[in-house]
Design a protein around this ligand. Structure first.
Ligand SMILES: [Mg+2]
Length: 344
């Protein structure tokens, strides 16, 4: 904790962006990571033997054993996953923030009014010292100016183009390969056992929808996230939705169970998160009847990824950790429970 360069205090609200439509670029498919192929006999080969892996295996056995006391009908096997810090890396800063900053720089030549004007000029400069002096509202304005005011289709195309070529600054690999290999195996394992897996993230819903299917095998209609407001507009070419520089839904903390209710209409039986933003989603999952499993990733592996928890302004894990200990939720140690971190 505290050892990571954080270029700017980019909050989720600052870039909670997205659009209702998505257009998949063919280029995305060519760059994404490979999902895990389970070793013979072990559905979770990148999970070390231990209490966390055993809790998952026991839970899946319980809910899929017909006639058993923990049996759950396949249609009720709902598993929800946070994205940032749970399915892929969120350090040194949320990947969506890096996308948005990249868009400001890419679009700057078309916006001479930005150049030499703060706060745009600080972002365009890429100078962390200058960016760190910006307020959250300034950052939100800059990022909104490069990621809203366009059709939802255009936004999706911009995301796809970025995703096809961008490299993560720390991991030095495409963003599609900054996913966690143990989690890719877990998604496959749950799907193979009749679960429907969902993403429930504070990140932008239309940002994630562009790549979630290729990267995680989760189709866009099973992605819940934060959104910007969109307006309907009839043009000569037909109706379009225009992204507005205004928050639609903020899908974090209490927003997660609220949007789970709206979008899924069922209470999950399995929830996996990594930060205090997931606390209410895990509480909501835990409060149902029958077999339940609640898990948190603990980022305690500075050598292979990052070590942060209490006090981190990206993915802070504090109250949810205390609650996990108190209630017996499963805390997954990245260092001890995961044999590998990223896809090979
Ligand atoms: Mg998270």
């Amino acid at each position: 904790m505290g050892s990571h360069e954080q270029p700017a205090a980019v909050s989720r609200r600052a870039f909670a962006g997205g659009s209702a439509a998505f257009a998949m670029s063919a280029a995305v498919g060519a760059t994404v990571g490979h999902r895990g192929a389970a070793a013979e006999g072990d559905p979770l080969p990148s999970w070390n033997d231990g209490s966390a892996k055993q809790a998952i295996l026991d839970f899946v056995a319980a809910v899929t054993t017909e006639g058993g006391s923990g049996f759950v009908a396949p249609s009720d096997r709902i598993a929800v996953f946070d994205n940032d810090g749970t399915l892929w890396t969120e350090q040194p800063v949320y990947s969506q923030a890096l996308f948005a900053v990249g868009e400001v720089k890419r679009l700057a030549p078309e916006h001479p009014e930005w150049v030499g004007q703060e706060p745009w000029d600080a972002v365009i400069s890429g100078d962390p010292a200058r960016m760190s002096k910006l307020s959250e509202a300034d950052i939100a304005n800059v990022l909104a100016s490069a990621t809203t005011g366009m059709t939802t289709d255009q936004f999706a195309e911009n995301v796809a183009n970025w995703f096809a070529v961008a490299q993560h600054p720390v991991q030095k690999r495409p963003y599609g390969q900054t996913t966690y290999q143990p989690q890719l195996e877990l998604l496959d394992y749950l799907e193979a056992n009749g679960f429907a897996t969902w993403i429930v993230s504070g990140g932008g819903v239309d940002f994630m929808r562009v790549f979630a299917e290729d990267v995680y095998g989760i189709p866009p209609e099973r992605v819940i996230g934060s959104s910007t407001a969109v307006d309907w507009e009839m043009t000569d070419a037909g109706p379009v939705l225009i992204k507005q520089p205004k928050l639609g839904s903020y899908n974090d903390k209490t927003g997660k169970p609220i949007n789970i209710h709206l979008a899924i209409g069922k209470r999950p039986i399995f929830a996996f998160g990594n930060s205090d933003g997931d606390k209410e989603m895990l509480e909501y999952t835990a409060a149902g009847d029958g077999a339940r499993l609640m898990l948190l990733v603990h980022h305690d592996d500075a050598a292979r990824e990052a070590a942060y928890d209490r006090g981190s302004h990206i993915g802070g894990l504090d109250a949810a950790w205390d609650e996990a200990v108190e209630k017996g939720w499963t805390v997954v140690s990245m260092k001890d429970d995961w044999a590998t971190i990223f896809p090979g």
